[in-house]
Design a protein around this ligand. Structure first.
Ligand code: KG4
Ligand code: ZN
Length: 346
């Protein structure tokens, strides 16, 4: 059972974790949300500098909590794709340096494979195949998980990610950043049927709609039009009703696609990951639909759904156990298909 120290710096969370195969020995995280909040979103250059400032102390903390020294660690990993290039570079350079100094193997990890591994952290006995619904600020994907390093993306958003849609709608309602948790909270007080909003659909050449792809930019524009119309009619915006109607549309759309995909591909379990997995509307829609179709939904605890280094260490441990090691010449990539993940290893 490999013990991995992993670093996650792909966006605005600095994470360091030590994982023994699928057991978390330590998992420390420094969020930059307060720093970026004033700008209404993540500023890449500031993110890089914040990672650089905090990383060394988090590495010390992670080792202290896990009570391991370098002789106990079998490998050092870092997220190397996809993400903000400058931010990824900070974490990967640190991991390579530690690997070199302590003569351990280095492993670059695909961030989305990390999100998939969050489900293994929560349920160590979980075995593929299963479907992963990954819904975060940067991604909305339906992934068939076949084995370590073997994935097939069956559906994705063709424009905004689900979390991005929550953040943009919150911004146009002047609710603050990040928007997802605020809209979720407001929605509990609103009427989800108050406004009919259109679910984004992707046309195919034969005139039908793609069953698994999503689109959220049209929905965001519809909310904008609705707000403009309502503002024209009255001074008081029914914000809770707008939030609830928007959330309902996103939850319904994601649930429909995930269930169709699981049924079509004969996958009886849907593992959910990413920050939007916290959404109460999505959770209840998905759970109800899954139960109706005799499918199981796996919801990892939120600390593993949102960005963290434990999921990266868990994925790296599985790769190291299979003899997969990365070159110290590995670069960072702002984009990389999950299907290409094995290109990260020698
Ligand atoms: O996975 P994550 O922490 O970071 C990445 O994007 O990788 O996800 C952050 C996203 C943000 O867009 C945030 O608004 C959204 O997850 N989010 C939510 C909720 N909590 C976080 N969206 C909807 N409902 C929530 N309760
Ligand atoms: Zn993420």
């Amino acid at each position: 059972m490999a013990v991995l120290l992993a670093i996650e710096t792909s966006c605005d969370e600095t994470g360091v974790a030590i994982v023994k195969n699928r057991k978390v020995l330590s998992n420390v995280l420094a969020s930059q949300i307060q720093v970026h909040r004033q700008y209404g979103g993540v500023v890449p250059e500031i993110a890089s500098r914040e990672h650089l400032t905090i990383l060394n102390s988090l590495i010390d903390q992670a080792q202290h909590i896990a009570e391991v020294d370098w002789s106990d660690i079998d490998g050092v990993a870092a997220t190397c794709a996809p993400g903000l290039v400058g931010a990824l570079f900070i974490g990967m350079s640190a991991a390579k340096t530690l690997a070199l100094v302590h003569q351990k193997p280095f492993l670059g990890v695909h961030h989305l494979e990390g999100h998939i591994y969050a489900s293994y952290l929560n349920q160590p006995e979980l075995q593929p195949p299963f479907l992963c619904l990954l819904v975060s600020g940067g991604h909305t994907s339906l992934i068939r998980v076949q084995d370590c390093g073997d994935y097939q993306t069956l559906g994705q958003t063709l424009d905004d990610a689900a979390g991005e849609a929550f953040d943009k709608v919150a911004r146009l309602l002047n609710l603050g950043y990040p928007g997802g948790p605020i809209i979720d909270q407001l929605a509990t007080r609103g009427n989800a049927q108050a406004f009919a909003l259109p679910e984004g659909r992707i046309s195919q050449a034969d005139g039908t709609f793609h069953p698994y792809h999503s689109s959220f930019s049209g929905l965001k524009t519809s909310v904008l039009r609705l707000v403009q119309k309502l503002q024209y009619q009255s001074d008081r915006l029914p914000i809770a009703d707008i939030a609830a109607s928007f959330q309902e549309t996103v939850a319904r759309s994601l649930t429909k696609r995930a269930i169709a995909c699981a049924l079509d591909y004969g996958l009886d379990r849907i593992a959910i990951g990413g920050g939007v997995a916290a959404n109460s509307g999505l959770r209840s829609h998905l759970q109800a639909a899954a139960t109706a179709h005799n499918l199981q939904v796996l919801f990892p605890p939120l600390k593993f759904c949102t960005d963290n280094a434990a999921m990266i260490a868990c994925a790296a441990a599985d790769h190291l156990d299979r003899g997969h090691i990365s070159s110290l010449d590995l670069g960072v990539y702002s984009r990389m298909k999950l299907e290409d993940v094995m290109q990260l290893y020698l």
